[in-house]
Design a protein around this ligand. Sequence first.
Ligand code: E4P
Length: 222
Amino acid sequence: MEIFLDTANIDEIKKGVDWGIVDGVTTNPTLVSKEQALFEERIKEICDVVQGPVSAEVVSTKYEGMVEEAQKLAKLSEHVVVKIPLIPDGIKAIRTLSRKGIKTNATLVFSPLQALLAAKAGASYVSPFIGRMDDIGNTGMTIVEEIMDIFINYGYDTKVIVASVRHPQHVLEAALIGADVVTMPFGVLEKMFKHPMTDIGLENFLKDWEKYQEYLKNKDKN
Ligand code: E4P
C-alpha cells in the first residue's frame, strides 16, 4: 500500500519522507491556504522533497479553465498530478488531460458511480472522501470496496486513493481491503507508530540492559 501525506506543510512532509515511508502527497485549496505560501512555489518545493506523485488542485470550475490550469501545474514538475473535481466539466477535462499524458486525480468523490466516470475518462487516481461520508452517517469504506470491485470488473488501472482519513482505523480498513493508496494527515501517520506495549517493552529492555551493565562492572571488581 502506498502512503501519501495529505498536507501542504513542508516540515511534516520532510519528516515523513525522512522516515522513508512516504510515497507521495495530496494537497487541496484548504490545505494550501493554511500554509500561506505561494501555491506554485509550494507545489514545486513539495515535489523536490517527496520525489513522488504530488496532487495539486485546480480552482476553475469550467472545462477550459481547468485544462489551462492543469497544463500550467503539470509544467511545475514531472511529479505533479492535477486534482480535478468530479463535476461534468471536470470529467471532460480529465479525458482531455489524459489524452495529453497529464496525470489526474478525480477529487470530491462520494459514490462508486462517480469513480466509474473518472476511470472511464482516464483518471490516474480517484479520491473517495471516507471521513466526510462517515461524518454524515454513512460508512465511507463501503464506497472504497465498491469502487475497487468495479475497477476489477472492467480492468481499469485507475488507482484508488482513500482520502479524508481521520484516524489509524481508517488506514487499517483500507489496507485490509487492498486499497492502492491512503492519503492521511501527518498526525494519523504519527499515531500509526504508537502502541503502549512497544513503549513499555522498550523501557523494560533498556532498564534490564542498564542493570546488566552494572552487573558486569561489579563482576570485574570482585
Ligand atoms: C484528499 O485528497 C483531500 O485533500 C482530503 O483527504 C480531504 O480531507 P478532509 O475531509 O479531512 O478535508
